[in-house]
Design a binder for this molecule. Structure first.
Ligand code: WTA
Length: 658
């Protein structure tokens, strides 16, 4: 584990001093203009969030704002309140002029495919799918796994599950059969919603075969409903009699066309979403209904400065928390027009994103630093070929953005007059936690700036004391907030141990940070062994287990190394079993093995074979030392190593290669 002390080393290299004030015209019209909002929220956190909850439509008002037990770690927000998320995202807009406003503008990867769903269309489709899910046997409280491409039916599926009170567990469609299987088993999903496939970079992704392989080992799944996205002319799939049904057949067979939204308790789970940890299996974060929806709705409105005329595009996949909170629940609760894109950024050419911005006059764009760095590499001719004057606000999420990419985003995409909101948050936090309010807060490239009003963030040392300005430490949150995950599905103790045990009553984010003299937060990456590849968290443990599951591997250690495009890339150090010989071919086989076990995202960029791994006498692999080797640093303290010579041969190999 990296100690917070080492963050101060990082501070020295970060000497970014540029500062960008919000454009005056932007501030004049901004949704939030009162600088006292921070102080007001901090002076009464509960009153602040209570005010925010009034944005939603409740079937029953709450009796108490917060019931907080810091010992058992149970937070209940808006206690006694009743509501339904799909009612808030869809039904309530029908009694307003937004009834015929575009809710979802969908762009398929094939350039001739697009669809626009108004809020009235969305209402009709969500109801029909909700009725279909019920007729297929789903009841309130049942878990539903969703493994689908980025098509409107994916968003509709989430809302339909919410409508009938069945928590969804979306698994990103880039994950492998094994990953899907494990997530289904962990939450005991009764139904799986999938598709015959999807388009990505001009190729078919064969979701149904992967889903079939997963479901072969998941006894809890009783029904698989498969959407025909590609159609039999493009792609034939195998259906299992009795278990599988086509989405369109199931819809046609459903007589009910509407379903009353279930009256859900504020604290009823809305969904489960898995995220990587340092050890063991992925953690199923449980998000609730009232607090979560309050948090995503307010932050979406304030941080993206949402106006009714905006066309808002978040380029994330709904399979990640960013898509849950800022494609589906936040924007739709706010009655926004949301662009949803199915495919890759280079299809048919490297200007696809900018063609979409121009085509739909996108005014708010929310994307990831890794994408921005890719666009930088491709060159300015792609964005410059399009009229992007509609853009007025830009956002980033997923990892720290390097100042160079920030400046490029600002100049080439924003033409110097669109504020950038660098938003820090996590699957666990549910909503954005640190970000500028774009009309109020001057930005500094590389800093996520200030905690959102009502979010009590701090940077502390190992004893839990706040550290002085410009000193590295643990980023923590000192007061519960409505959208925070309430537990890890099936393992509350793990939730307590992971997030709340180090500093009782305080949430440990797992990230390091420093605060500068203006109170701005600079994120310094993870303090544990979690990797961040293209803005997605991958546990070292998961990749190592995948490697070791290959019969030729005896032991493995993986680390993240800085990568120009993906932020971090995975490098693996592997000890083969006796009788196996290292070769380029073996390395390739192992890389593919990991991709198959977890998903392409986790495929190691490089594999080094080594006779031994650096270990302590208690046999703990010292990844810190491997990181020193990889980053060309002086190798740290090796006195606890069982065999200090091990590192020399690893270093030799690594240096030869780089
Ligand atoms: C990292 C994604 C710096 C961080 C919403 C966090 C960031 C992890 C930022 C959560 C940012 C996310 N600046 N680091 N703006 N946004 N991170 O759960 O390490 O997929 O803990 O949630 O991503 O990743 P997750």
């Amino acid at each position: 584990m990296t100690t917070p002390d080492s963050f101060t080393t990082i501070d020295v290299v970060m000497t970014e001093t540029r500062r960008f004030e919000p454009p005056p015209g932007f501030t004049a019209a901004a949704n939030v203009r009162d600088p006292n909002i921070y102080e007001r929220a901090a002076s009464d956190v509960q009153a602040f969030w209570e005010g925010a909850a009034e944005r939603l439509s409740w079937f029953r008002h709450w009796d108490q704002v917060l019931d907080w037990d810091p010992v058992g770690v149970h937070a209940r927000w808006f206690v006694g309140g009743k509501l339904n998320a799909s009612y808030n995202c869809v039904d309530r807009h029908l009694s307003t002029w937004r009834k015929n406003k575009a809710a979802i503008i969908w762009e398929g990867e094939p350039t001739d495919e697009s669809r626009v769903l108004t809020y009235a269309d969305l209402y009709r489709e969500v109801n029909q799918v909700a009725a279909m899910l019920r007729s297929q046997g789903l009841q309130k409280g049942d878990r539903v796994a969703i493994y689908m491409p980025m098509v409107p039916e994916l968003a509709i599926a989430l809302l339909a599950c919410a409508r009938i009170g069945a928590p969804h567990s979306v698994v990103f469609a880039g994950f492998s059969a094994e990953s899907l299987r494990d997530r289904i088993i962990d939450c005991g999903a009764k139904m799986l919603l999938t598709a015959d496939g999807g388009w990505r970079a001009g190729k078919i992704i064969d979701l149904k075969s992967i889903a079939n392989a997963a479901v072969a080992q998941t006894p809890s799944i009783e029904r698989v409903v498969t959407l025909q996205r590609l159609g039999p002319d493009n792609h034939k799939v195998e259906m299992t009699e009795g278990r599988d049904v086509w989405w369109h057949d199931a819809l046609a067979a459903t007589t009910a066309k509407t379903v009353d939204p279930e009256v859900m308790d504020s604290e009823d789970p809305l969904y489960i979403l898995y995220t990587s940890g340092t050890t063991g299996k992925p953690k199923g974060q449980v998000h609730t209904t009232g607090g979560y929806l309050t948090g995503v709705s307010l932050t979406h409105d304030w941080i993206f400065d949402l106006k009714d005329g905006d066309v808002y595009w978040c380029t994330a996949d709904i399979g990640w928390v960013t898509g849950h909170s800022y494609i589906v629940y936040g924007p739709l609760a706010n009655g926004a027009t949301v662009v949803m894109y199915e495919g890759g950024p280079a299809f048919p050419d490297k200007d696809r994103f900018w063609a979409i911005v121009e085509k739909y006059k996108v005014s708010i764009l929310y994307t990831a630093p890794t994408s921005i760095r890719t666009f930088m590499k491709w060159g300015t001719e792609y964005p410059n070929a399009h009229d992007m004057s509609s853009l007025r606000l830009l956002g980033t999420v997923g990892e720290p953005i390097n100042p160079e990419a920030w400046i490029w985003y600002n100049e080439v995409i924003g033409k110097g007059n669109s504020p950038i909101v660098d938003t820090w948050w996590q699957t666990e936090t549910g909503n954005i936690m640190i970000s500028p309010l774009p009309g109020l807060v001057a930005t500094k490239p590389g800093s996520a700036t200030k905690p959102f009003p009502g979010i009590m963030a701090d940077v502390v040392d190992g004893a839990g004391n706040s550290v002085p300005a410009n000193t590295g430490g643990y980023l923590v949150i000192k007061h519960p907030w409505p959208a925070m995950s309430r537990t890890i599905w099936g393992d509350h103790q793990r939730y307590v141990n992971t997030y709340w045990a180090k500093f009782p009553g305080t949430y440990l984010t797992g990230d390091g940070a420093r605060r500068d003299e203006d109170g701005y937060f600079w994120l310094l990456g993870r303090v544990d062994d979690v990797l961040n590849v293209s803005g997605h968290r991958i546990g070292t443990m998961e990749v190592e287990s995948a490697l070791v599951s290959n019969p030729s591997v005896a032991e493995a250690a993986v680390i993240g190394v800085p990568d120009e495009v993906t932020g971090q890339a995975i490098v693996a150090f592997v000890t083969l079993r006796g009788g196996e010989t290292p070769s380029e071919q073996k390395a390739q086989e192992l890389r593919e093995h990991v991709a198959k076990a977890i998903g392409g995202l986790a495929r190691p960029k490089k594999i080094y074979f080594t006779a031994e791994l650096p270990k302590t006498r208690s046999a703990k692999i010292m990844r810190r030392l491997l990181r020193d080797v990889a980053e060309g640093r002086v190798i740290g303290d090796t006195t606890t190593l069982a065999d200090p010579t091990v590192l020399d041969s690893i270093k030799q190999q690594y240096d030869d290669d780089n």
